[in-house]
Design a protein around this ligand. Structure first.
Ligand code: B12
Ligand code: SF4
Ligand code: SF4
Length: 244
């Protein structure tokens, strides 16, 4: 087995052990991503992007009608906590294997005015083959829809890489009708970011959640009805064989 495959499997296995559901690696020299407030040459030094996803609990999302719930608030926080923990451990593992790694926080904002993180986990996840850009402007995975949260690690540890794949929402439009801000359009390029943000500001105070969260377009986006998309296996880790 090549060393690049050994590294890939080592990190994938650790992700599974720590509670991750999705794993993929992007070659950022082939699919460059935009960064913010990081060294300009960072991606040259750390050209591999590891993308990890955790699946949200369907039963928690089912409780959301047209606004965020306190159950969802707690669940969202725990998902961020688990993701940051996985990213921290993987960075340590990479360092022990002789590489360098920077875990990028699941939900840290580095510019509040522009509402920006250091990089877009969605963009990196797409480059790492975890899914496609949905009409809801979220990363949509063929097995779990948008009912996932993401984290990223930048590293120089040589690794086998995954390829971005071109699935699409096809004829599905479930999220358009339910968005309380009317922000989701047929064409994702017309997604109304500001309209969404204004609605989340309203929710933050009105429902005592203290965070810019919503959950409505996540709930709407599950794989049923996406037909053949389910036959793909993007980023989804096989369950361990417990039969022996
Ligand atoms: C700030 C922020 C917000 C702001 C938005 C500000 C903004 N301009 O993006 C607000 C508060 C409005 C917000 C709302 C929500 N957010 Co938010 N948010 C973030 C955060 C912390 C930073 C985003 C950022 O830096 N944006 C800057 C711009 C440049 O990047 P971008 O919007 O991600 O993507 C742009 C480009 O990258 C480009 N693009 C290029 N390639 C690709 C590929 C894909 C797949 C996509 C989707 C886009 C894309 O298109 C985009 C528009 O220009 C990220 C975490 C992170 N670091 O990624 C979470 C994150 C994007 N949020 C997330 C979620 C789930 C939500 C909400 C559903 C709220 C909730 N939790 O209930 C809504 C969804 C709104 C929607 N439908 O898009 C998840 C998305 C998971 C997923 N399945 O995709 C993230 C990744 C957090 C996480 N750790 O999982 N969010
Ligand atoms: S987070 Fe809420 S307001 Fe924003 S696009 Fe999704 S459903 Fe609409
Ligand atoms: S709910 Fe349907 S249309 Fe909306 S993002 Fe998900 S798959 Fe695409």
């Amino acid at each position: 087995m090549e060393i690049t495959e050994i590294h890939y499997r080592m990190l994938q296995e650790e992700t599974r052990r720590l509670g991750g559901d999705l794993f993929g690696v992007a070659d950022l020299t082939q699919t460059p991503i935009v960064t913010y407030d990081l060294d300009e040459d960072l991606l040259e030094k750390l050209p591999f992007g590891v993308s990890i996803g955790v699946r949200l609990a369907d039963a928690v999302l089912e409780g959301i009608e047209d606004h965020p719930t306190l159950l969802y608030l707690h669940h969202y926080r725990q998902a961020n906590y688990i993701l940051d923990r996985i990213a921290f451990h993987l960075a340590a593992l990479i360092q022990r294997a002789g590489g360098n790694a920077i875990p990028i926080a699941a939900s840290q904002i580095v510019n509040w005015e522009q509402q920006r993180g250091h990089l877009s986990h969605k963009e990196l996840a797409q480059a790492a083959g975890l899914g496609w850009r949905g009409r809801n402007n979220l990363l949509v995975n063929p097995a779990y829809g948008a009912r996932i949260r993401l984290v990223s690690i930048l590293t120089d540890l040589p690794m086998q890489v995954d390829k971005p794949v071109g699935n699409s929402c096809d004829t599905c439009r479930r999220c358009i009708a339910v968005c309380p801000a009317g922000a989701i359009k047929d064409d994702v390029e017309e997604f109304d970011q500001l309209g969404c943000f204004e609605k989340l500001k309203e929710f933050r105070n009105k429902y005592n959640v203290g965070q810019y969260i919503c959950g409505v377009c996540i709930k709407a986006c599950q794989p049923q009805g996406q037909g053949s998309a389910l036959t793909f296996n993007q980023g989804i880790m096989k369950q361990p064989d417990l039969s022996t």
